[in-house]
Design a binder for this molecule. Structure first.
Ligand code: PLP
Length: 374
């Protein structure tokens, strides 16, 4: 009854669009976090079909799952705990992102030849080696390389998207790291800095490869540009079957706390999706003391007409007030999808819940069946 329809053709077409936008830079398609909620293996296979050069994930376990699914193209995994063991990753030919001397030593100790990509901190202040520690790390990496324990394939960092001047300052700092790595005797063939936003709007940040996540799924990383304006098609359409319809009088309280009361006799439709499925509780409509909605709920499309969530989103369900329209049990409520087809967008839901489209799709949970459209 709950369905996230994933259009793999949209994913392929988005990759083609992004590839031509960033050419000649190579493309890494990021499929972390279950492919931003779309399904990591299916998204990765679509990306391989569309000719991506690389896949990117956060965890080693995510990378190993892709290998187990038969995916053989290069993969980079970049976020590791203090006690990470890279042996299985190296055996499975997975590149290891290295952000510290400790990680470098563990990568050098697997008994195999570890392909590593050193992450430097150009100003985001997350992981990545800082400038004052980078010389020691580069020298130690060069020594391990000479001894045949590691190959430093890449040097990379991540943008803060804090504005054009800030992004260009990160580009400048990145080139200083590149020079320092060369001076230490390293010859990384992949220098990379940009994610979707930088790849599209900061050409100086493209270097040899760009790591594209949200754009692959057809969503815009910008507040001032829609998917369609970027030539992208949202790949996920989230819907559920309406499982109850009832006629109620004026003044009926709806859902927990009666945050919404009906203003006239009306029809309420029940949608079996809730915050346990990743539907934000912040997308509830909340009424003031007068009963008027202070904040309208997120939009929902039923039989081609637009309605809103009324009252609080609960763990498993929410209610839509459809007025006097004919809505039946079994009709589908579409929460979001490709807005060019007349349904709300993930951006609409992000606005209603005061968040970003990334969070809307990524949080869609495992009770929602993914249906893949080839
Ligand atoms: C998630 C992530 C990306 C992809 O970012 P998008 O904005 O979704 O394109 C790229 N690089 C790193 C390091 C990431 O964590």
């Amino acid at each position: 009854m709950r369905e996230a329809r994933i259009d793999l053709g949209a994913i392929r077409s988005n990759i083609a669009t992004l590839r031509s936008a960033v050419s000649p830079a190579a493309l890494m398609v990021v499929v972390k976090a279950e492919g931003y909620g779309h399904g990591a293996i299916e998204a990765a296979k679509a990306a391989v079909d569309a000719g991506t050069d690389w896949l990117g994930v956060v965890d080693l376990a995510e990378a190993l799952a892709l290998r187990e699914a038969g995916i053989t193209i290069p993969i980079l995994a970049w976020l590791h705990g203090e006690d990470a063991d890279f042996t299985a990753a190296v055996a499975a030919n997975i590149d290891v992102g290295v952000s510290s001397l400790g990680q470098l030593e563990r990568a050098a100790a697997t008994g195999g030849l570890a392909q590593i990509q050193i992450k430097v901190d150009t100003g985001l202040s997350r992981n990545g080696v800082e400038e004052r520690e980078s010389a020691a790390l580069f020298e130690r990496a060069a020594a391990h390389e000479r001894a045949g324990r590691v190959r430093v394939r890449g040097l990379w960092s991540h943008l803060a998207n804090a504005g054009e001047a800030e992004d260009l300052e990160q580009v400048r700092r990145f080139t200083l790291f590149v020079d320092a790595a060369r001076d230490a005797g390293l010859t990384p063939e992949l220098r990379h800095l940009a994610a979707t936003a930088g790849a599209l709007r900061v050409p100086e940040s493209r270097f040899d490869l760009v790591r594209i996540g949200v754009g692959v799924y057809g969503l815009s990383p910008f507040e001032d540009a829609s998917s369609a304006e970027l030539g992208l098609r949202p790949a996920m359409e989230l819907s559920a079957e309406i499982i109850s319809v009832k006629r109620v009088p004026a003044g009926a309280g709806v859902s927990y706390g009666y945050a919404y009361r009906t203003s006239a006799e009306t029809t309420l439709a029940l949608v079996p999706l809730g915050y346990a499925d990743g539907i934000p509780r912040h997308a509830s409509s909340v009424a003031g003391k007068t009963g008027a909605a202070d904040r309208p709920g997120a939009p929902v499309s039923i039989n081609g007409r637009a309605y809103r969530v009324c009252g609080r989103v609960a763990m498993d369900q929410f209610v839509v007030d459809v007025g006097d329209d004919q809505v039946r049990v079994g009709d589908r409520a579409i929460l979001f999808g490709d807005p060019t087809t007349g349904v709300p967008s993930a951006d609409d839901w992000a606005d209603a819940a005061d968040t970003i489209n990334y969070e809307i799709v990524t949080r869609i949970g495992p009770r929602v069946t993914r249906v893949f459209v080839p």
